[in-house]
Design a binder for this molecule. Sequence first.
Ligand SMILES: [Zn+2]
Length: 193
Amino acid sequence: MDEILYKIDDPNLQEEIKKIIPFHGYLSTGAFIGLQMLNLARRLLDIKEVDRIFVTCETQNCLPDPFQILCGSTIGNKGLNIIDHGKMAVTINKAAPPGEKTVQAVRIVLDPEKTVNYPIFHAWYMNEAKISHEEAINYLIKADDDVYSWYLIDIPVPVKKKKKITLCTVCGESFIREGDEIICKWCINPENG
Ligand SMILES: [Zn+2]
């Protein structure tokens, strides 16, 4: 993995990689893709160091981790949302100005119409060939923004709802109620016997 760090001239990118490695466990191709998507979004949305950002990842694999370690967008603080479409795609936005109902976001996708220009990397992306993370990341360093597509969208700002807590009539545990339900999701789930 040190070999990859030598190939990167940008000291900021090197520092970011050094933070990702202990957090994710190693520098996976997916984590590197997340890092490139983050840096692309920073330029497109003029994201500054102090800005809080909100991220929706469309896969659980690797991609979410750079956002958690580098910008503090975590699942617990609602900065990170995972909607698993099984896609190498993210949607990123800054906090909306007060009172706004929508906010501008950018959706970035690892685009197969573009990765096709890098046949070995494309074969990895389509899961048709096994290559090492080092090799895949080398292609990504060369390609840079050239394998991504992106567009701006307006997304609704989530409205904060008042939490309604109730006690489950089956198990007696408390849960956050979405409507008028009186039995918790744990008790309804047939897998929990
Ligand atoms: Zn229950």
